[in-house]
Design a protein around this ligand. Structure first.
Ligand SMILES: [Mn+2]
Length: 397
């Protein structure tokens, strides 16, 4: 029996799927949350001590273990137990000091690795799985989704695979994929799945639009944070809210029911796994998470509770458009007016008719300064035109 303990997301479950393709009924697949894995490993090691070996081979994929289990697995391995931990999170790199640890964040050619792609390579290299074109394509879709490479490449098939994963139960998804990957020479969705995925896409769009209006802005440990409460679609929210609001260093998504926080950033200079690490969590530079501890609750829920949401920038404007060198107009809830315009090669922010002291090399930097400090949003054309008319009247008078 091959025991595979893996993560319960698309990448983790796909490790199970390739294991099923390799080992058939001899694979025992168990999926865990990040928090759940250590309990599962601990229990396994305890039963091993009492009753001897339970599995011919133990694979742990897409997740890493705590210090206690690290010691336990080493002991297990020294006692003759066969075990391999295959992961791609940089927070697990220290496990490479054990011969049972195999953690790789990226390939030699610079592509980021996923647990599924690493495990797939491992199984092929050890003669345990015969590759085929459908599996190659499937594994690549999972890798692109898990590493966000799909987004750059515009590969929506990878995104849709993840959507399908969350539309079905894990068992159903696993069964459908295993059957398809063994039978076909390319990987595709069927007509029914295509239709359901189209509907899902529209549903996500509506959800994100609604959440956009619930976003609050604050500073936590000198970082500008956008906070939103949401139970689902964390990746989509993190990505879209982050892109709409580049002045946020990162987005924190609070799941009160699950007592968890997800952190997402679109910026290269921010590593959200460090921010999650402050509260005992972890993950990747651009996507990480932690439990909603008492301290985290105070910072991300309690203190910002009474803040008003950030107002959304007007988006149908023809005249008052961002980056126009003639200037564009913003206001905030306090009633302050802001004008950002180009003065020769510099960008300037004016607040209530007074020029602010700094100047900026680009419109984006000027807007970032204003949004971080004053939470202003782009006003609609009607307001802009009215403002210009008043200004004109003031001048001629
Ligand atoms: Mn993964």
């Amino acid at each position: 029996m091959y025991l595979i303990l893996s993560h319960n997301d698309l990448d983790g479950v796909s490790c199970g799927i390739v294991a099923r393709c390799a080992f058939g009924a001899k694979a025992d697949l168990r999926y865990n949350s990040v928090e759940g894995l250590d309990h599962q490993v601990k229990r396994y090691l305890e039963t091993f001590k009492e009753k001897g070996t339970q599995a011919d081979y133990l694979f742990i994929t897409d997740l890493s273990v705590n210090e206690e289990n690290e010691a336990g697995l080493t002991e297990y391995s020294e006692a003759g137990g066969k075990v391999k931990l295959i992961d791609h999170h940089k927070t697990a790199l220290h496990l490479n000091r054990h011969h049972w640890g195999s953690v790789q964040v990226q390939y030699d050619d610079g592509r980021l690795a996923s647990a599924t792609s690493l495990f797939y390579d491992y199984l092929i290299q050890h003669g345990l799985l015969t590759p085929n074109a459908a599996l190659d394509e499937y594994v690549e879709l999972v890798r692109q989704y898990d590493t966000w490479e799909w987004d750059e490449k515009g590969n929506t098939k990878a995104k849709r695979l993840n959507d399908l994963f969350y539309l079905l139960s894990i068992d159903e998804f696993e069964e459908k994929m295993v059957e398809r990957l063994q039978r076909q020479d390319s990987f595709d969705f069927d007509d029914f799945e295509q239709k359901v995925l189209d509907m899902e896409e529209e549903k996500i769009e509506r959800y994100v639009r609604r959440k956009r209006r619930e976003l609050v802005q604050t500073f936590i440990q000198e970082r500008c944070v956008g906070i939103v409460h949401a139970e689902s679609y964390h990746s989509e929210l993190g990505n879209e809210l982050g892109r709409d609001n580049p002045h946020f260093d990162y987005i924190a998504i609070i799941n009160m029911g699950g007592r968890k926080i997800s952190f997402r950033t679109i910026h290269d200079h921010i590593d959200v796994s460090e921010i999650a690490g402050v509260h005992g969590g972890g993950g990747h530079a651009k996507a990480a998470g932690c439990s909603l501890t008492k301290d985290a609750y105070k910072l991300y829920v309690g203190e910002p509770f009474l803040l008003e949401p950030v107002r959304v920038d007007a988006f149908r404007n023809v005249y008052n458009v961002k980056g126009s060198p003639f200037g564009c107009l913003y206001d905030n809830r306090k009633g302050d007016l802001f004008f950002i315009y180009a003065n020769r090669s510099e960008w300037v922010v004016e607040m209530n008719g007074e020029k602010e002291s700094g100047s900026y090399a680009s419109f984006e930097e000027a807007e970032m300064y204003m949004k971080r400090n004053y939470q202003a949003s782009l006003v609609r054309d009607e307001r802009f035109v009215k403002h210009l008319m008043q200004f004109r009247a003031g001048k001629t008078r």
